[in-house]
Design a protein around this ligand. Sequence first.
Ligand SMILES: C[S@@+](CC[C@H](N)C(=O)[O-])C[C@H]1O[C@@H](n2cnc3c(N)ncnc32)[C@H](O)[C@@H]1O
Length: 253
Amino acid sequence: MENKQPSVLDLLIETHAGLERQGPGSPEMTRKALGFLDHIDQFSLSADLGCGSGGQTMVLAQHLAGNIIGLDLFPDFVNVLNENAQKQNLAERVKGVVGSMENLPFEKEAFDLIWSEGAIDSIGFEKGLAHWHGYLKICGYVVVTCPSWLTDERPAVIDKFWTDAGSGLDSVAHNIEILQKCGYQFVSSFTLPEKCWTDHYFIPREAALKLLLEKYNGNETVEAFVAENRDEVELYAKYKQYYGYVFYIGKKI
Ligand SMILES: C[S@@+](CC[C@H](N)C(=O)[O-])C[C@H]1O[C@@H](n2cnc3c(N)ncnc32)[C@H](O)[C@@H]1O
């Protein structure tokens, strides 16, 4: 059967659905962030927003007590999470649902923990933290990664890349202030190491991009999509000292 003309969104989903992760991160760093939380053996309900195919959701499930709901816009990603939960005999406790982080389909003050890796910037750091606050129990935790400036120097090419992607970067200090302004006590923050970008994301993504080029041989939309992804890798290699994904951990006051 002939391949239909894919949209950029189709390509984004096709490239990422089979990957362990859809953005920078690693099981080690998920566990490191979990280490800042008290009483995780007493949690009854946690959410993983923008969970993608749920790589980090399964890590959370190995360490947290209680149930975990993963939420993502795209059914293809949520289906992978639910299949993996079945395979790992975790379907009783881990469930993926399709929905929007901007308008959570949950009861207020229901969660001990709201987790979100690599996703909050797509709705805005402040907007996300402010909206999610109402869904946490008092003393519940919010734990997110967000791309951030790491230096005062801000190369214009990086500024443009993230602005075009809909995610303006701010400094870590600014984001910590926002977190406090949104009603959380600041617990900790740390920057993801380079391997979270390279070994855990760019390298597996490049393998998926090669398959895409073979499948849609000669398709200009696919070639442009692959070129954009490769540009992102080059930018990171050249400018990684200026920006990175940062974990922010807060506790609802
Ligand atoms: C960079 S990926 C990160 C996925 C996963 N958390 C990880 O770290 O591998 C961002 C995810 O957020 C999801 N997303 C973006 N905007 C969303 C929204 N408004 N509501 C729910 N999910 C959203 C995307 O579909 C995507 O799966």
